[in-house]
Design a protein around this ligand. Structure first.
Ligand code: PPE
Length: 308
C-alpha cells in the first residue's frame, strides 16, 4: 500500500524532514534483518486524535528488543511521548498509522549484531484499510500457505523482528499471485498459526476460538487482546485452542485482527465459503464495537486511548 508522506519523522530524538529521513546502505539491519518494529494506529475521536493502546505497543517493542538483545536507548515514557509528538507535529488530526522501528545502523559488517549503533525512528502517515474497504465490509478470500510459519526455535515469534517478515512476504506473494487477498499460515506442526500480519479467529456454535498465540508461534496481537475483551463484554465465550484447517473450512464465521488490517471478515478459505460467505453476526458485532472503541465512542474502553 502506498505511503502518503507527512512532514517529519522522529529519528533518535530529533524531528527530521520526511525526505531527509534516510540511512546508510551499509546499515546492519538492511543486510541481516536484526531489528524490531511496531504498527500502531491513531484515530480521530470527539476529544481529538488518540493513539490506540500506545503503551502496550511500546511495551511489545521493548520485549521484541529484549529477545534480540538490542538495547533500546529510550524508556517507555520517552517512546510514548515521541509517538504523540510525531502525530502532533504532522497535524494528523484525522488519525494515522505509525511505524516505530529499531534498527542497527552503520558501523560494522558481519553477522554479530551487537556492536552496531542502535537507531530508533517513528514515522506516521494517513493509511487506509490494509486489506481494502471492500474486504472490511464484505470479507476477504484467504488461502492456506505452503510456507510454514517459523518454528519458535528458528525465529522468535513473540518478537516483531524485521527479518521474520521474509516468511510473511513469501506467503503473501504466493496468496496474491494465486488471486487471494491474504494467506493463512500453519505452524511446522500443521496447526493454524496466524496470517502474514494478522491473527485469526473462528466462530463455532456462538463461541470465538483463536489459536493460543505462544504455542501456535503467532504474535500476541494487541487487536486480538482488544477483541477478546470486547467479545467477552458482549457476552460471547472466547477460547484459545489449537485449530486445524478443517476447523476453518467448517467454521460458522471467521475473521482476522491486526492494527493495520483492523477487524476483517473472512469470506472463504481455499475457495470454501465460511458460513454463508458473507460477514456473520458475531463478526459484525465485534467489528463494529472495535471501530466504536478506537474512535472513543465507548467510555468503557477509554483507557485504551492515549490522547495526543
Ligand atoms: N501477527 C503478525 C505476524 C503481525 O505482524 C501482526 C501485526 C499481528 C499478528 C497483529 O498484531 P496487532 O497489530 O498487535 O493486533 N502486524 C503489523 C504490521 C502489518 C504489516 O503488514 O506491516 C500491523 O498490523 O501493524
Amino acid at each position: 500500500m502506498p505511503i502518503t508522506p507527512t512532514k517529519k519523522i522522529w529519528m533518535d530524538g530529533e524531528l527530521v524532514d520526511w525526505e531527509r529521513a534516510t540511512t546508510h546502505v551499509l546499515s546492519h539491519t538492511l543486510h541481516y534483518g536484526v531489528g524490531a518494529f511496531e504498527g500502531i494506529r491513531a484515530y480521530q475521536t470527539a476529544q481529538g486524535v488518540a493513539i490506540f493502546r500506545l503503551r502496550e505497543h511500546m511495551e511489545r517493542l521493548q520485549r521484541s528488543c529484549k529477545i534480540l538483545m538490542i538495547e533500546l536507548p529510550y524508556t517507555l515514557d520517552e517512546l510514548c511521548e515521541a509517538a504523540k509528538e510525531i502525530v502532533r507535529v504532522n497535524e494528523l488530526t484525522e488519525g494515522c498509522y505509525m511505524r516505530p522501528l529499531v534498527y542497527l545502523g552503520y558501523g560494522e559488517m558481519g553477522i554479530y549484531p551487537l556492536n552496531s549503533p542502535v537507531n530508533t525512528v517513528i514515522a506516521a502517515w494517513p493509511w487506509g484499510s490494509y486489506l481494502g474497504d471492500h474486504g472490511v465490509a464484505n470479507g476477504v478470500r484467504m488461502k492456506i500457505s505452503s510456507w510454514a510459519r517459523h518454528h519458535p526455535n528458528s525465529m522468535p515469534t513473540a518478537s516483531k523482528t524485521v527479518g521474520g517478515y521474509v516468511n510473511s512476504g513469501l506467503a503473501k506473494i504466493e496468496a496474491v499471485k494465486a488471486g487471494y487477498d491474504e494467506a493463512i499460515m500453519l505452524g511446522t506442526d500443521g496447526l493454524i498459526s496466524e496470517c502474514t500480519g494478522e491473527n485469526i479467529f473462528i466462530v463455532r456454535g456462538g463461541k470465538l476460538i483463536s489459536p493460543p498465540p505462544s504455542e501456535a508461534g503467532a504474535l500476541t496481537g494487541i487487536t486480538l487482546s482488544s477483541i477478546t475483551t470486547i467479545a467477552k463484554d458482549l457476552g460471547y465465550e472466547v477460547a484459545f485452542e489449537a485449530l486445524r484447517r478443517d476447523d476453518l473450512y467448517l467454521a460458522d464465521e471467521a475473521f482476522l485482527t491486526g492494527t493495520a488490517a483492523e477487524v476483517v471478515p473472512i469470506a472463504s478459505v481455499d475457495d470454501r465459503s465460511v458460513g454463508e460467505g458473507a460477514p456473520g453476526p458475531i463478526t459484525r458485532a465485534v467489528q463494529s464495537t472495535y471501530f466504536a472503541a478506537v474512535r472513543g465512542e465507548r467510555p468503557e474502553y477509554a483507557s485504551w486511548l492515549a490522547h495526543v
